[in-house]
Design a protein around this ligand. Structure first.
Ligand SMILES: Nc1nc2c(ncn2[C@@H]2O[C@H](COP(=O)(O)OP(=O)(O)OP(=O)(O)O)[C@@H](O)[C@H]2O)c(=O)[nH]1
Ligand SMILES: [Mg+2]
Length: 198
């Protein structure tokens, strides 16, 4: 699949504000700083479309980007980032859970996982919540350029094993780098297949 046109549509602070049309959402979620906004820019080929920052917690709202007038890429705020050291955030914000669990436009969700770290409890916890609620999702490993090919494969496999401890059936998984454009065609083709199942 190709993306020809990508335009910012709106930012929502509640799910009541998301676009009221029947166009399907393909959304990206994951820990703060994992590279959600960068991945949207990489997929659309528009460097400044979604705001990127080295400081975690950049994306605060639900951002809808209309693609080819037919569907949306959705940039969500990250989870797992507490602004004050006192506030240990083990739960996911209401905005995130409302969107993921209740928004009817949400067609498919990609959970982004940084390839460098070991499997993180908060990611496994979030994936468990998706599985329990029957939310359709896939895994996108990010920042593959920071590792050698062999190390990236090893770390992806380590995450797969962590999931296999709990789940009999595993979600689809793709390795990407927004920096290098790795995995772009595969991810776009996967999204194309998701959309044709709508
Ligand atoms: N090397 C490398 N750096 C990346 C990649 N993707 C993102 N980054 C960097 O990681 C940092 C965070 O990227 P964002 O795209 O803003 O991450 P985010 O998940 O949207 O973060 P929040 O909105 O804060 O939740 C930025 O400094 C990016 O330049 C990648 O593929 N490779
Ligand atoms: Mg962001």
């Amino acid at each position: 699949m190709q993306i020809r046109k990508a335009e910012f549509r709106c930012s929502s602070e509640r799910i009541g504000q998301v676009p009221k049309d029947n166009l399907p959402d393909i959304a990206f979620i994951g820990r703060s700083n994992v590279g959600k906004s960068s991945l949207i820019n990489m997929l659309t080929g528009r460097a400044g479309l979604a705001k990127v920052s080295g400081t975690p917690g950049k994306t605060r709202l639900i951002n809808h980007f209309l693609i080819d007038g037919a569907w949306y890429l959705v940039d969500l705020p990250g989870y797992g980032y507490a602004r004050t050291s006192k506030a240990v955030r083990s739960e996911f914000s209401k905005l995130i859970t409302d969107y993921v669990l209740r928004c009817e436009k949400m067609h498919f969700l990609f959970v982004l996982i940084g390839l460098r770290l070991e499997p993180q409890r908060i990611d496994l916890q979030f994936i468990k919540m998706l599985g329990t609620n029957g939310i359709p999702f896939g895994i996108v490993f990010t920042k593959a350029d920071k590792l050698s090919r062999a190390q990236a494969d090893r770390n992806a496999e380590r995450f797969r094993s962590a999931l296999a401890e709990e789940w009999e059936e595993l979600p689809p998984m793709l390795v990407t780098s927004s920096e290098k454009g790795t995995g772009r065609d595969e991810l776009l083709d996967f999204i194309g297949r998701c959309l044709s199942n709508s």
